[in-house]
Design a protein around this ligand. Structure first.
Ligand SMILES: O=P(O)(O)O[C@H]1O[C@H](CO)[C@@H](O)[C@H]1O
Ligand SMILES: O=c1cc[nH]c(=O)[nH]1
Length: 232
């Protein structure tokens, strides 16, 4: 057991999918995995291990935001020896070339979080995806007719802003979408020498106001789940 995960040693696979929403983890376990066992219910943050096409894989909810995902990623790596961490999340598009339900492979992430500036004495660190996972995810998508966009995203500390003008500068510099965890995931993966990738589905468009339902966010963004599972 670690502080926030109730699994015994060996119960978590080397490759773990990381949705923010624990009910998305349950959905994946129930609909994609065979021989599934639930290894974690601490704080309702479900974790499951099962088999996908014969390969052992786990799926673990992370909660929302940098502090929450940082706890799970630290414990998965340091207490359970996880080697490949693949976030499957939702995001808000801020770029006119990105539409609701598009899939994004996050190559890099900017952030409004101060977490890295605290660690790097006020200087900037550039968190990046593991090239191997990014390349494989892109290749799988192309070979299976799944359209993906690849680029820079913004990991935010706030979900709500007073002013939507805030997003314009990021969009101008090519940032595709906003979410709340990837900077922490990529930084911790680099720190501990393991692999990480974020795959996102656009759940809403921050500029146009187009959006999806909570049900859709929980259960229907299956293409990104398929890409992530095939990386296992
Ligand atoms: O759908 P998940 O993976 O939770 O990701 C996005 O959704 C949450 C906000 O609604 C934040 O966690 C954000 O990063
Ligand atoms: O963090 C997020 C996730 C989805 N949509 C947003 O606008 N922000």
């Amino acid at each position: 057991m670690s502080v926030h995960i109730g699994a015994k040693e060996g119960q978590i696979a080397e490759t773990v999918l990381l949705p923010g929403d624990p009910l998305r983890a349950k959905f994946i376990a129930e609909n994609f995995l065979e021989n599934v066992e639930c290894y974690n219910e601490v704080r309702g943050m479900y974790g499951f291990t099962g088999y996908y096409k014969g390969k052992r894989v786990s799926v673990q909810g992370t909660g929302m935001g940098v502090p929450s995902i940082s706890i799970y990623v630290n414990e998965l790596i340091n207490s359970y020896g996880v080697k490949n961490l693949i976030r499957i999340g939702t995001c808000g598009a801020i770029n006119e070339n990105i539409k609701v339900r598009d899939i994004i492979l996050a190559m890099t992430s900017c952030t409004t979080s101060n977490i890295n500036r605290i660690n790097f004495n006020g200087l900037d660190y550039a968190p990046a995806a593991s090239f191997d996972l990014l390349y494989k995810a892109y290749e799988y998508s192309k070979n299976n007719g799944i359209d993906v966009k690849v680029g820079n995203i913004l990991t935010e500390d706030s979900f709500y802003h007073d002013d939507r003008e805030f997003y314009k500068i990021w969009a101008k510099y090519g940032v595709l979408a906003v979410e709340m965890e990837t900077t922490a995931l990529y930084t911790l993966a680099a720190k501990y020498g393991v692999n990480a990738l974020t795959i996102l589905t656009v759940s809403d468009h921050v500029i146009t106001g187009e959006e999806t339902t909570a049900q859709e966010r929980q259960t229907t963004f299956t293409k990104m789940m398929e890409i992530a599972l095939n990386l296992a």
